[in-house]
Design a protein around this ligand. Structure first.
Ligand code: SF4
Length: 372
């Protein structure tokens, strides 16, 4: 199945923002992540600096939990300190949404069905329109409306396929939220339906995309630690993105925010959706290694992935594969007995003695990298 609908375009942010972003339509698939600590008015400079690092790594949007008025005020302040489009994640309390919309927040994640009376929803929608802010409806398999949860349980008890039933319930839950915005003639919103399994994630997003022209935010919720989270997200996204399903992605990990961004970027690259940037090709290392590949990659990954260069970097432990990979790499580094070789397109350009320590090898590598 492929999504044949032309997606509507959702615009994030008004004139007060230094960077406006579009999701859906013909816009590139964007990468987002979520801040992993409470936001307070102290320490915002440090947060703004980290947002710059995330931006360099390819992040397009960052979401913050807004559980109270203090964090709403802090988010408003932060929005004036960064070019990164910021999203306020709000549950239930429409006053927090109104407070965030006082500032240049690009998007609110809130479900109209949870806000309360229609007047409150109308107030949030009206202010979002005034500020050109978008809204994301986010439904989650763990917090389905009671009637849908009971339906899922009843059907599961009869032995029906639980992934399909839960996926249909997620689509139904999202459809109800969509109905509220459509009644209010508000169209600047997107939808996410998050489940913790790959199958459910794929089924609900496919079903939704076949019925609506609303851009989808893809994510697998509670995906787990680094490895299982990346595996689940990769499997789910790689079944959806090539069909045109998914306009923005978040890889949820019980791991660092930077790794969420790098993982999202790598998935988009491997799906052929985002091109350019630095590709790191590194060997897994084995007993033949004469060079600490793992140490080098961990020291250099953030810096390399932040470069605005379209290059391949090879990091190899020994000469078994080093020079071979080097032929294709714009720059590479490999162990070779008691030496470390720096090469460019297969040609050795520098040799450093292992006994000089990794600092010398790093310095030689940097010198050649700067020439690219
Ligand atoms: S490049 Fe050398 S060290 Fe790395 S995995 Fe291959 S044989 Fe082992």
């Amino acid at each position: 199945m492929s999504s044949t609908k032309t997606l509507r375009t959702v615009a994030l942010g008004g004139s007060g923002m230094t960077k406006q972003l579009k999701i859906g339509g013909s816009s590139p698939v964007s990468i987002q992540t979520m801040w992993k600590a409470p936001l307070s008015s102290t320490g915002l400079d440090e947060v703004a600096r980290e947002l710059m690092v995330l931006e360099q790594l390819g992040c397009d949007i960052v979401r913050f939990a807004v559980p109270d008025m203090d964090s709403a005020e802090a988010l408003v302040s932060l929005a004036s300190m960064t070019s990164m489009p910021l999203v306020a994640d709000i549950h239930f309390d429409w006053r927090l949404a109104l407070k965030c919309l006082d500032g240049n927040v690009a998007k609110i994640r809130i479900n109209p069905g949870n806000i309360g009376s229609r007047d409150k929803v109308r107030e949030v929608v009206s202010k979002a329109k005034d500020k050109n802010a978008a809204i994301r409806i986010g439904v989650n398999s763990g917090s389905l409306p009671a009637d849908l949860r009971e339906k899922v349980e009843a059907q599961a008890a009869k032995g029906s396929s639980s992934a399909l039933i839960r996926a249909e319930a997620l689509v139904e839950a999202a459809s109800r939220e969509v109905g509220v915005f459509e009644e209010l003639n508000f169209q600047n919103y997107l939808v996410s339906m998050k489940a913790s399994t790959v199958e459910e994630t794929v089924l609900c997003n496919e079903a939704f995309a076949s019925r609506f022209d609303i851009p989808l935010h893809l994510g697998v919720t509670e995906a787990g630690p680094l490895i299982s989270g990346v595996v689940k997200s990769t499997l789910a996204f790689s079944r959806l993105l090539p069909k045109g399903i998914g306009s923005t992605v978040r890889v949820s990990l019980s791991d660092s925010i930077r790794n969420e961004v790098i993982a999202g970027r790598e998935i988009l690259a491997e799906c052929g959706i985002r091109t350019g940037g630095v590709r790191i090709v590194s060997c897994p290392r084995c007993g033949r290694n004469g060079f600490d590949v793992h140490g080098f990659v961990s020291r250099w990954e953030t810096e390399l992935m932040s470069l605005k260069k379209d290059i391949t970097v090879a990091v190899m432990g020994c000469v078994v594969n080093g020079p071979g990979e080097g032929k294709h790499a714009d720059i590479g580094i490999t162990g070779a007995g008691d030496k470390v070789l720096i090469f460019r397109r297969g040609e050795i350009v520098k040799t450093v003695s292992v006994s000089d320590g990794y600092e010398s090898a790093d310095a030689a590598f940097r010198e050649e990298l700067n020439k690219l």
